[in-house]
Design a protein around this ligand. Structure first.
Ligand code: ATM
Length: 241
């Protein structure tokens, strides 16, 4: 009787099991991990570090960013992030963000997920809720409607919100020399509303979001991120990696 309870897979040769596992992996849809937060939180460094660790754990990784990530969306990024602070209203920004996002989803994110790859995106839909909605005052009805019509199946499996005091983030961002300063120039009160908005999103969706304190060393932040990814998405580091 007890032999009937032995899982049949444990009696098969190891090679069969490995081939089967590889097949299941090849067919499975990938995962979408988004990084969110205010300025100067170190998202791009952390994305590069997580990508390396996930590759070592055997995952195929695509790293990308918003606004941008596809040629068309990168052109829209140029319109959004340069020029006068009041070049666009928050309403118009929302429409441009969603035009860019749809192109990015159609051409980069969705094909990668279908191939079974894991996509790490530097910002995604929560940024529109926080920047244009909560901090900018664009109507949430507009954002809800665009989300419902535009995202399709591209919903984040995990969102890591990198959190740090606004003054620290803006000071770090000011050290970088680049032309994309439209949002950095929006002032302290705007960035304070942003921080609160991201925290509120995390509180409203704790099953999807993890807030990561980003004030520590990059190694400490990377470790907290890895723990969140391992816990939530069940990744295990390969021995020796
Ligand atoms: P990064 O600086 O993280 O690359 O993001 C570009 C800017 O785009 C960022 N502000 N700054 N500086 C936030 C802004 N942004 C929005 O306002 N709404 C969005 O939906 C996205 C994706 C980005």
């Amino acid at each position: 009787m007890s032999s009937n309870l032995t899982p049949s897979a444990t009696r098969r040769p190891a090679l069969d099991n490995r081939a089967e596992a590889a097949n299941v992996r090849a067919m499975a849809r990938g995962r979408l991990i988004t990084f969110e937060g205010g300025e100067g939180a170190g998202k791009s460094t952390q994305i590069a570090m997580l990508a390396e660790r996930l590759r070592a754990a055997g995952r195929s990784i695509v790293t990308t960013r918003e606004p941008g990530g596809s040629p068309g969306a990168e052109s829209i990024r140029g319109l959004l992030l340069t020029g006068e602070v009041d070049r666009w209203s928050p309403f118009t920004e929302t429409l441009l963000m969603y035009a860019a996002r749809r192109d990015h989803i159609e051409r980069v994110i969705e094909p990668a997920l279908e191939r079974g790859e894991w996509v790490l995106s530097d910002r995604f839909a929560d940024s529109t809720r926080a920047y244009q909605g909560a901090a900018g005052g664009a109507p949430f009805e507009l954002i809800d409607a665009l989300e419902a019509q535009t995202l399709g199946a591209a919903r984040p499996d995990l969102t890591l919100i990198l959190d740090l005091p606004v003054e620290v983030g803006l000071a770090r961002a000011a050290e970088r020399s680049h032309a994309e300063v439209r949002f950095e120039a929006k002032g302290l009160a705007f960035h304070q509303r942003l921080r609160e908005a991201f925290r509120a999103i995390a509180e409203a969706e704790p099953q999807r979001c993890v807030v990561i304190g980003a004030s520590g060393s990059r190694e400490a932040v990377a470790e907290a991120i890895w723990r969140a990814v391992a816990d939530r998405l069940g990744v295990q580091q390969r021995e020796g990696a």
